[in-house]
Every structure is written in structure tokens, then in C-alpha cells.
Design a protein around this ligand. Structure first.
Ligand SMILES: Cc1cc2nc3c(=O)[nH]c(=O)nc-3n(C[C@H](O)[C@H](O)[C@H](O)COP(=O)(O)OP(=O)(O)OC[C@H]3O[C@@H](n4cnc5c(N)ncnc54)[C@H](O)[C@@H]3O)c2cc1C
Length: 461
């Protein structure tokens, strides 16, 4: 019988948890979560901190988790000593910082205990999927085709766990809750962090939305996507549990599309692992020469949802209130920021990092690079979303804009996505004075588009 310390990280769950599963088979188990405050670690954003606090609280109701904060190696060493631990297990993480940290920790700890790591977050390890030349993929479709050959649908069966008794006190983590301002009420209303919330989301999605996913997923005025992203990011549910549940449904275009989205998550991690620079630098080198603008006023207007472009402002408001934004809306606001406003994608990535509950180092940087044209298999830079047409197409009822920008609620559909085209009488009837009740657009959409195309010309070889 051995005593195992399982280091919980992006896998805050008990089921389908390879490290915990292996530990439980070998004897007594203690669980620890470390809030990593090392100076080289990118601090969590405020919305992620809110989620983490709730998630840890929920997990502690199911299992005796020790929560400590500080530098993980020091914490692990101290717990190993106090509990006379024989071995330390964890599931792998994949950012450049975490890989370096965990490699160092493994090396240090191996002199006194056995250390073993597992794959608990991905459908396949980034190094398992290679093209015919043995190189990493940079294009999604062949990556996904190859990965599909490796898919393991079976989840680990629940095991009896014997918890190690201990007297170790938690460090206080109540300050993860947002302070000054505490804007968490909207997130609280929208989400239930923890495995119960994840389970409910999955069940509702499978029952109500999966059958219309392929078409419905793009519409802003409907909720046809799973909203599993924060649960997946924090590992409250594993991708394999989702794959397993979906595999029990009739396989059609909807299941295929949904699984492909899980595939994009895998692709982002594949890219991050093989091209770690993408965390803050463009994958396509020529974008290092791109003539970005550093207009702080425009950036602020975008962050606060005050650009005067309704669908953009609605999306930024949805983000601020709920800690989430619909995927189509993410593409629209990212295109607007990096193309119409010429603001570097890293600024958008940083705002998303701070305000998204699902802020994820791989998905966020890969997706920002995808939209702004500088990433792998990216949308070409010259494909610039017209936010008015996007709004008209994907929020045809206007429900999305009316919900998040109530000032525009009384505008007729015809002008909802372009209030600047409405005549005085229409505006008056809607109780709206542009420039007072709602901003005039901060950029002329045609001029912004032309300027972006010209900027792009300068980096073409
Ligand atoms: C600019 C930008 C930034 C983004 N930042 C993040 C981020 O920080 N964290 C994050 O999880 N996703 C991010 N995405 C991807 C995507 O928008 C979200 O994963 C999705 O909207 C989450 O909603 P859902 O769970 O309902 O998705 P569903 O449509 O139900 O998809 C199921 C799961 O597949 C994964 N997924 C879906 N779309 C993508 C995608 N395009 N790329 C990678 N994985 C995907 C997610 O894990 C998601 O939960 C970003 C997209 C853009 C355009």
C-alpha cells in the first residue's frame, strides 16, 4: 500500500481522471490544488479566478482537497514530508511555462518519491499526432482526420478511493472572488461551476441542441452550443466523457460538427505544444512587421462595448456580464478589433483572458491568431467581417442586440444593426439620440476596411 499525492490542476474532477484512478489502485490518496503564484506564471484573469473559487468550493464538497497558494515545488515538498507521501501523480498541462515548471518539479521530487504524469485533458497527446513526414500539423482537416483514428471513447470506470487522513489546513483563497468592482452577479446567474454544472450542461445540450448544432451553432439569437467551454477548461468534465456521451447518439452531420469543435480544441493544444511562441507572438512571421495601431481610446471603446457598432457592443456586453461570448460573436469582435481598428490581437487576447470564464491559453491565442490571419490554417487577413451583415445574418430577429444593448431595443429591425442609417424620425420614435444615448460608430466601416487592406499590402512579400 502506497500513499499517493495527486496534484490537481486543470482536472478538477473525480471521474475519468487518470492520475487519481492510478493512485486509488495503489493505496491511500491525498489531493492538493496549488494556486501558482510564481512570478513567471501568467496570473489568471479575474473571471477565471471567480470560476476557480467556485469550482474549488464545489469540489471540496465531494473530496478532501487541500488548497495551497505560492510556489508549487515548495508546497509539494512540504506536503510530501508532512504526510510521508510515497508518490506524486498528476495529469499533464501544456503551456510552455507549465511544461518547464513540471519538468523541473519532476526532476527535483524524483530523488525522494516516485513521480508519474498522465494525459487527463486531451483526446490525444500533442506529440502522438504527426503528418506523414513525422512533423506536427499546421492545417486542421488532416490533423482532425488523423486524430480521429486515435480516439478512445471509453472512460475510466469509477473506483473506490481511500482518502488519506490529515490535518493540513487550506490557505485562504476567498480573495479569488472579484473585488473593486465585484461584477460577478451576472456570472453567478449564468453558470454553475463544478461537475454538477458540467453534467447538467451536457445533458441539456444532448437533449435540446445537439440535433440542430450544425446550423444552429452560428446564430447569436439562439443557444444551440453546449457552453461546456469553462467546464472543459477547468477539467470539471473530460473531453473523453463528452466524446463518450456523444458517441451514444445517432451519428450525423450535427454530431460530426460538434466533435470537430472538440477537435479544434485539440488542434489549439497541438499548436501550442509544437509552436509555444504562439502564446504571444504570431505564428506567421511576416505579421511581426504588421503596422498595428496603438489607439488606446479605440481599445477602451471596444472593451467597454461602446464602439457604436451594435453587434460588437452587444457581444462585449455579453462578455462582461456573463464571462462568456458566443463563438460567432468572438469572431466578429476579434475581426473588428484587429482589422477595422488595426489593434494588435494580443490586446484582444489579454482582454478575453481577463474577462472570459473559459479563458484558455491554447484556445484563446490560437483563435485570436486564426481570426487576425497570422495563425495556423487561419482565415485570410483580407477576409474582413462586415459587422452589419454579420449581425443581420446571425441575429436576424435582433434578439441578441436588443438583450445586450437595451438602448437600441425600440429600433426597427431594418436599422438595428446600423442605427447610423436611420432617419431622424425613426431615431426619435425609438427614443434614441445618436452620440448621446448610444455612440456614433468610432470608425467608418468602409474606411476601416480599406485601411486594413492597405496595411496588409505592406507585409505581403
Ligand atoms: C477570438 C476567439 C477567442 C477564443 N477564446 C477562447 C478561449 O479562451 N477559451 C475557449 O475555450 N475557447 C475560445 N474560443 C473558441 C470558441 O469560441 C469557444 O470554445 C466556444 O465559443 C465555447 O462555447 P461552447 O462551449 O458552447 O462551444 P461548442 O460549440 O459547444 O463547442 C464544444 C467545445 O469545443 C471547443 N471549441 C469550440 N469551438 C472552438 C474553437 N474555435 N477553437 C477551439 N476550441 C473550440 C470548446 O472547448 C467548446 O466548449 C475563442 C474563439 C475566438 C474566435
Amino acid at each position: 500500500m502506497r500513499k499517493t499525492l495527486v496534484w490537481v490542476r486543470q482536472d478538477i474532477r473525480l471521474l475519468d481522471h487518470p492520475a487519481l484512478h492510478a493512485a486509488a489502485k495503489e493505496g491511500d490518496v491525498a489531493l492538493i490544488y496549488t494556486i501558482d503564484e510564481s512570478k513567471d506564471n501568467r496570473p489568471l484573469g479575474r473571471a477565471s479566478k471567480w470560476w476557480l473559487k467556485q469550482s474549488l468550493d464545489a469540489f471540496k464538497e465531494q473530496a478532501p482537497l487541500i488548497v495551497k497558494r505560492g510556489e508549487p515545488l515548495t508546497i509539494l515538498k512540504s506536503v510530501i514530508e508532512s504526510l510521508s507521501i510515497d508518490q506524486v501523480f498528476w495529469n499533464r498541462c501544456y503551456t510552455p511555462y507549465e511544461i518547464q515548471r513540471d519538468t523541473k518539479i519532476k526532476k527535483e521530487l524524483q530523488s525522494c518519491v516516485k513521480v508519474q504524469s498522465f494525459n487527463g485533458s486531451l483526446l490525444a497527446e500533442p506529440w502522438e499526432i504527426k503528418n506523414q513526414k513525422g512533423e506536427p500539423f499546421k492545417v486542421f482537416t488532416p490533423f482532425w482526420k488523423t486524430l480521429q483514428k486515435h480516439l478512445e471513447v471509453k472512460v475510466l470506470q469509477p473506483t473506490q478511493i481511500k482518502w488519506l487522513e490529515h490535518q493540513i489546513q487550506d490557505d485562504d483563497y476567498t480573495d479569488l472572488h472579484p473585488q473593486h468592482p465585484d461584477w460577478s452577479a451576472g456570472m453567478q446567474k449564468a453558470w454553475t461551476p463544478g461537475k454538477e454544472g458540467a453534467k447538467q450542461r451536457l445533458e441539456i445540450f444532448l437533449k435540446e441542441s445537439l440535433g440542430e448544432y450544425a446550423k444552429g451553432r452560428d446564430f447569436l439569437d439562439e443557444q444551440k452550443t453546449s457552453r461546456l467551454s469553462p467546464h472543459l477548461h477547468f477539467g470539471e468534465i473530460s473531453p473523453r466523457q463528452i466524446l463518450n456521451a456523444v458517441s451514444k447518439k445517432t451519428q450525423d452531420a450535427n454530431t460530426e460538427k460538434f466533435l470537430a469543435e472538440l477537435g479544434w480544441r485539440e488542434f489549439s493544444y497541438h499548436l501550442l505544444y509544437h509552436f509555444p511562441q504562439i502564446i504571444n507572438a504570431p505564428l506567421r512571421e511576416e505579421f511581426k512587421r504588421f503596422p498595428w495601431s496603438d489607439n488606446a481610446t479605440h481599445l477602451k471603446a471596444w472593451q467597454k462595448g461602446k464602439t457604436g457598432v451594435p453587434v460588437v457592443d452587444a457581444a462585449m456586453q455579453e462578455l462582461w456580464v456573463t464571462g462568456y461570448m458566443h463563438n460567432r460573436a468572438r469572431m466578429i469582435v476579434a475581426s473588428f478589433l484587429t482589422k477595422h481598428l488595426l489593434i494588435p490581437w494580443q490586446e484582444g487576447e489579454a482582454w478575453f483572458w481577463d474577462t472570459l470564464c473559459d479563458a484558455d491559453p491554447a484556445n484563446n491565442s490560437a483563435s485570436w491568431q486564426w481570426v487576425s490571419g497570422c495563425g495556423a490554417d487561419a482565415a485570410p487577413y483580407f477576409r474582413i467581417f462586415n459587422p452589419v451583415l454579420q449581425g443581420e445574418k446571425f441575429d436576424p430577429s435582433g434578439k441578441y442586440v436588443r438583450k445586450w444593448v437595451p438602448k437600441l431595443a425600440n429600433l426597427p429591425d431594418k436599422f438595428l444593426h446600423c442605427p447610423w442609417n436611420a432617419d431622424e424620425e425613426t431615431l426619435r420614435a425609438a427614443g434614441l439620440v445618436l452620440g448621446k444615448d448610444y455612440p456614433k460608430p468610432i470608425v467608418d466601416l468602409k474606411e476601416g476596411r480599406d485601411r486594413a487592406l492597405k496595411a496588409f499590402e505592406t507585409i505581403k512579400k
